[in-house]
Ligand binder design. Structure first.
Ligand SMILES: [Zn+2]
Length: 298
């Protein structure tokens, strides 16, 4: 069982100090993929960085500018190009003069933003001022942020380490309240497992997901997260062994306990596992692997 952390005390638009270097303002965009809403983090004092400005909500921009009054925003850091993370970056940069750092939306996201039934929806126009590479750092008075590339949830996902607090802003890579949606083709389960191992190896004391409360028991939490995915993989292999060949009926069985609104997302998650299993040679597909393809054990 994943030791989910779901308790969070907040008010929309209020700026809460959550650690010596970190403040958080939560946007009013609650939903099945965003939990209580997007948590925008402010790092440092005086000259600060902002992580995941959030959705393009005027109320949230006002709340951030109020929280940042009298301070200089030097950097805006974006974990990935989903609509609940990146769209407010440009308006906030225009208002503060800050530089936007992150990794650009993949090309296919431009023309075909994802449907809201599958994931948060894509901000295909997202282009940072500076394209980050793994290990790149930016800093201000008393704080440093290091880009830790973590493809999986999206191909351009990047987390930000704060060495002064041995903490990691982990975006949607790891969430305390829920598992993460992996939607192919941009989402990739093989990459995701590798990115979980990458973060696990760093022994962070605290993870700050963009949605929900911080994760303090980091090692055991990630181990349980990985075990959950391996368990799901085993269930899929079982389902194939007992005669299931198609993803949708499999989802109805495997996700019986899950909110039906999330079943389309779950189908994409099973597809993500299937693509990974096909890539590993453990499963065969009767054509290009997709939601309608028939699958069998190799
Ligand atoms: Zn996302």
């Amino acid at each position: 069982m994943i030791p989910f952390v779901r308790e969070i005390t907040f008010d929309y638009g209020r700026c809460d100090t959550v650690s010596p270097l970190i403040r958080r303002v939560i946007a009013r965009n609650p939903g099945p993929f965003t939990y209580t809403g997007t948590g925008t983090y402010i790092v440092g004092h005086g000259t600060v960085a902002v992580i995941d400005p959030g959705p393009d909500l005027p109320e949230h921009l006002d709340a951030l500018l109020e929280a940042l009054k009298g301070e200089t925003v030097s950097h805006i850091l974006v974990t990935h190009h989903h609509l609940d993370h990146s769209p407010l970056a440009r308006p906030l940069a225009d208002a503060t003069g800050a530089t936007i750092l992150g990794r650009a939306a993949p090309a296919e996201a431009d023309s075909a933003p994802s449907g809201n039934d599958q994931e948060e929806g894509a901000d295909g126009r997202f282009r940072p001022d500076i394209e980050l590479t793994d290990g790149q750092t930016v800093s201000g008075p008393g704080w440093t942020l290091e880009a830790v590339t973590t493809p999986g949830h999206t191909s351009n996902h990047v987390c930000f380490a704060l060495p002064e607090e041995n903490a990691l802003f982990c975006g949607d890579h790891i969430m305390g309240w829920s598992t993460t949606v992996i939607t192919p083709p941009d989402g990739d389960m093989g990459d995701y497992f590798a990115s979980l191992a990458k973060v696990r190896a760093r022994n962070f004391a605290t993870l700050w997901p963009t949605h929900g409360a911080p994760i303090r028991e980091v090692g055991p939490f990630i181990d349980a997260y990985v075990a959950h995915r391996r368990g799901r993989e085993a269930q899929i292999l079982d389902a194939l062994a007992t005669g299931h060949t198609r993803i949708r009926p499999m989802v109805t069985d495997l996700y019986a306990a899950v909110d039906p609104r999330l079943h389309p997302a779950a189908a994409h998650s099973v597809l993500a596992h299937m693509l990974h299993l096909v890539a590993e040679g453990r499963v065969t597909a009767d054509g290009p692997a997709g939601l309608e393809t028939e699958y069998r054990l190799a």
